[in-house]
Design a protein around this ligand. Structure first.
Ligand SMILES: Cc1cc2nc3c(=O)[nH]c(=O)nc-3n(C[C@H](O)[C@H](O)[C@H](O)COP(=O)(O)O)c2cc1C
Ligand SMILES: [Fe+2]
Ligand SMILES: [Fe+2]
Length: 398
């Protein structure tokens, strides 16, 4: 016997936790792991919605066979082809050779590049539905959230949205699987880190996807990572709406690049002055210490961004340059910007941060400040304008 996790009548969560992997997509740190969620519908016909990462091994498909108890798997719905969800497809095809693959034309193209030609394919890109008996599935194309083939599956009977990566977060499911069984605070920051680094670049496409569901009743959201949102799905849908419109909270993230501490000293001074000017959410990060995914998350979280760099071979510090480049790729908008730096010869950090400011188009709240050598108190006070103006702009729009 085994404990079945019922999402709704005849629908089961059959996800797996990955506590072993250090980096998701070999880039994003996983200090609290990640879950890969898959869903099995055992109706008059049977359907599996997405699979999991191949690291789950045979246990995943063994589990499906237990649920099916000798019945065939009729459909495999593929909302997303990324390998953290398609990793077990090969095994599924071996054990259930008659399974019908459900996707769209782009899914088929990627599928065949991974697993070879498929004959038994149902293209639902033009509105076809799948009738499982009690459950009836419809499909909505949501291209570029965050791959070109991504789509979402909607169970019209129970009003459940199987959303793929959308509304997903890092962090394993440690006992609690549903939103009413967990502490949301644990997952909310990791949901934003997932969004800002993986999905955020496609924010305009997220807006288009959300618009397609504006008039659809959604009682439960089943994502491919993290908790199932059945108690209050509107909470995470609201967050996606906010983030994809680049709306942020009243707060400031200061990120500095410093070899010997001069630039860090300026960062601390500016942070203190922000607090004196009434800003309550202030985070200061060292670009050399904190992984870029957390920096981008906090930039997505707060309206105010203050960047500081020492001069480095006539440029800004390389890791700050990497952050700036990534921000340009990501395209986050509507941020207020402050710039500072430190130099010993003829500068380089601030000059290049200003070029970044121009390219990204954020509003510079005050003139940039670049201090020469080891800063004295009187030098630091030249940064007062940055803190004061930033605080005013952040709090004004609160
Ligand atoms: C490898 C290296 C390259 C540097 N390049 C420049 C430069 O191009 N222009 C400049 O004015 N200072 C340059 N400096 C000096 C530092 O920018 C300066 O000492 C600054 O105050 C260091 O700030 P920090 O203490 O925050 O690291 C360089 C220093 C080092 C070690
Ligand atoms: Fe993905
Ligand atoms: Fe994923």
């Amino acid at each position: 016997m085994f404990d079945k996790v019922n999402v709704a009548e005849r629908i089961f969560w059959i996800g797996v936790n990955d506590r072993r992997r250090h980096l998701f997509e070999n880039i994003w740190p996983l200090p609290t792991g990640v879950s890969y969620n898959s869903y099995l519908i055992c109706d008059e016909k049977t359907a599996l919605i997405d699979t999991v990462d191949f690291t789950a091994g045979n246990s995943f498909v063994d589990g499906i066979e237990k649920y099916l108890a000798g019945r065939p798997l009729d459909y495999l719905v593929i909302n997303h082809m990324e390998l953290d969800h398609s990793g077990e497809i090969k095994e599924i095809l071996q054990r259930f050779p008659d399974v019908k693959i459900v996707g769209n034309a782009t899914t088929k193209r990627i599928f065949e590049a991974y697993f070879g030609i498929i004959e038994n394919f149902l293209d639902v890109g033009r509105g076809a539905t799948v009738d499982l008996g009690y459950h009836k599935l419809s499909f909505t194309l949501t291209p570029w959230v965050h791959w070109p083939e991504t789509m979402m599956t909607y169970d019209t009977t129970e009003k459940i949205l199987f959303s793929g990566d959308a509304f997903g977060c890092f962090g394993t499911l440690d006992g609690g699987i549903f939103d009413d069984e967990i502490n949301f605070d644990f997952y909310s920051d990791e949901m934003l880190r997932y969004y800002s680094n993986i999905v955020g670049k496609y924010s305009p496409m997220v807006q288009k996807a959300l618009a397609k569901f504006a008039d659809v009743e959604i009682k439960c959201v089943c994502s491919t990572h993290g908790p199932i949102w059945r108690d209050d799905p509107s909470k995470v849908i609201g967050l996606y709406d906010k983030w994809s419109k680049y709306e942020a909270d009243a707060g400031v993230v200061i990120i500095f690049a410093s070899m010997y501490g001069n630039t860090e000293k300026i960062a601390d001074y500016i942070g203190r002055k922000l607090a004196e000017n009434g800003v309550r959410n202030i985070r200061i990060h060292d670009v050399s210490k904190t992984h870029i995914s957390y920096l981008i998350r906090d930039i997505w979280k707060y309206k105010g961004v203050i960047l500081g760099s020492c001069a480095y071979n006539l440029e800004m510090f390389p890791l700050m340059e990497q952050l700036c480049r990534e921000l340009e790729h990501t395209g986050v908008q509507q941020r207020k910007l402050g710039i500072f730096g430190s130099y010993s010869w003829n500068g380089g950090g601030v000059k290049n941060l200003l070029k970044f400011a121009e390219r990204i188009g954020w509003e510079l709240v005050s003139d940039a400040v670049e201090l020469h050598g080891i800063p004295k108190y009187e030098d630091l006070t030249r940064c007062d304008g940055i803190s004061k103006s930033m605080a005013e702009k952040i709090l004004m729009t609160e």
